[in-house]
Design a protein around this ligand. Sequence first.
Ligand SMILES: Nc1ncnc2c1ncn2[C@@H]1O[C@H](COP(=O)(O)OP(=O)(O)OP(=O)(O)O)[C@@H](O)[C@H]1O
Ligand SMILES: [Mg+2]
Length: 361
Amino acid sequence: MKILMIEDNYDDLAILNEHFKKHKDYQVVHSDSLRKSVENFSNEDIDLIFLDLYLPDTLIKLKSSFKSIPIIILTEINDAELAVKALNYGAQDYIEKQDLTASNLIRIIKYSIERNKNMKEIENMNIKLIELNSKKNEFLSIASHDLRTPLSTIYTLSEMLLTQLENDEIKPEKLSKSLNMINDSSRKILDLVNYFLDISRIESEEIELSIKKIDYIQLIHEVVSILSNLSEKKSIHIKIEKSIESIMVMIDAGKIEQVLNNIITNGIKYSRENSSITINVYTKSDFLITTITDTGIGIPENKIGELFNPYKRANKPTGGEKSIGLGLAIAKKIIQAHNGEIGVSSIQEKGSTFYFSLPLK
Ligand SMILES: Nc1ncnc2c1ncn2[C@@H]1O[C@H](COP(=O)(O)OP(=O)(O)OP(=O)(O)O)[C@@H](O)[C@H]1O
Ligand SMILES: [Mg+2]
């Protein structure tokens, strides 16, 4: 273990060195100022620092250069108040020089290292909790926002129907229109809730695959045909390159269909009218690669890295389509569960290519 001693009093240093001599495991390096310590040792693997010349300012600077290294303050007698302050500024412990012996040196070092480790764990846990809390808040705001519109449609229409019923004013053609709208809105809510359930199940790692042998090219044709209504509305032409006529693969067809569905739907959502989407499938080593290229609005460079995280949205659909920001996060989990990889490259205003690989063996 390497210990950095920051001490400007050479008599004290001699005593400390004497104590350390009895412990072969410790290699002690020395510096007599904060500046020299940072210059000479901040890039070395230091395990622990003993610091004299203590001032809160020194400690703060030291902690910023030697990030997670435990620091023990050496104090003169009667310096307890200053020493306690040092703990508040992030030192692990303090010891009065007069109390220092070869044996309590070991104890204090071991305790400080252990305490430092525990503190780091708590800090990391705190960061995780803050992240989770903000994710939860983000989720709640998106969920309530997206649920609000269809719910208020149902509420308003059903209230209106009840009043009309009471007053005997219901007309069959209006009733059917209202019921259709209620039906539509309920469908939207159901889709959303299923989606949320999907992501929470997937986030808690409960992704179970039901692997079967299927013709992958046929699956792609099926997905494209399901989406043809959507693409035709925007006059977007979907083309499947004919590089492979058919290929049998072992996958969870339902889940991969979900991935294809989301990526192709994204291509439609984030493209303007009269554009095109090209799907290409080929093999590379032991992998089956699928690329889906659109000529749409593209993705800003600084947003690309985060799109596969839940609720990250980079831009708005061009035709007012729904966008929750979960599709790609779900797709990533599904591809990873198949031991594949997923990614994207994109140029703004030119288009995007999403690709994923699936192992063939
Ligand atoms: N082909 C694309 N072109 C441009 N941006 C895209 C494309 N695909 C995805 N994006 C961006 O990535 C974000 C995340 O995509 P993702 O599929 O996860 O969510 P979404 O489509 O907004 O909502 P949903 O949960 O309904 O899929 C989108 O909101 C969009 O900003
Ligand atoms: Mg999507």
